[in-house]
Design a protein around this ligand. Structure first.
Ligand code: ZN
Length: 161
């Protein structure tokens, strides 16, 4: 049977290896019992920690967009923002899930980043926007203790912009 490459890759990522995906027979296999719980725990911890990092970064910016400064609210007065990964997390990009690769943005500027409609100068943090003059030429707002890695900005500018 032929299997789609994407499916194989998905199985690899999910189970660690093709063998684990194909031969993970649970109770019957001592190897599986020894390896699986540790792996599952690790992935769970990773997810928990990264979700906390995203929430913490949004809190530090009080949900204000680093590009335009706007702060959306939800019905209860709480802020609403989105976290963009400058070097995307997904396959082929494989960016890291760390604050140095994150920006707090409004949904519009999140979309503009995803669509490559703006780029950031990695030294000056000046913004070049393709079509929005109100943003073009302004400076990305960054908290003093939020260090963004130059390599991720360069990646965005060369691979996505
Ligand atoms: Zn914005």
């Amino acid at each position: 049977m032929r299997v789609d490459d994407d499916l194989v890759e998905d199985l690899r990522q999910q189970f660690g290896s093709l063998d684990a995906a194909l031969f993970d027979v649970g109770e019957g296999s001592p190897t599986t019992r020894l390896e699986s719980p540790g792996r599952v725990t690790t992935e769970y911890d990773q997810l928990q920690r990264d979700t906390a990092q995203v929430a913490e970064l949004k809190r530090r910016y009080d949900d204000q967009c680093q590009v335009c400064g706007c702060r959306l609210e939800q019905g209860d007065g709480a802020g609403y923002s989105e976290v963009h990964h400058i070097k995307p997390l997904g396959r082929s990009h494989n960016g890291p899930d760390t604050p140095s690769n994150m920006l707090v943005l409004c949904p519009n500027h999140h979309a503009d980043f995803d669509n490559g409609m703006l780029q950031i100068d990695s030294d000056e943090y000046s913004i070049e926007h393709v079509y929005d003059d109100s943003v073009d030429g302004t400076t990305l707002y960054c908290l003093p203790d939020h260090e963004i890695a130059t390599e991720f900005i360069e990646y965005h500018n060369t691979q996505i912009y």
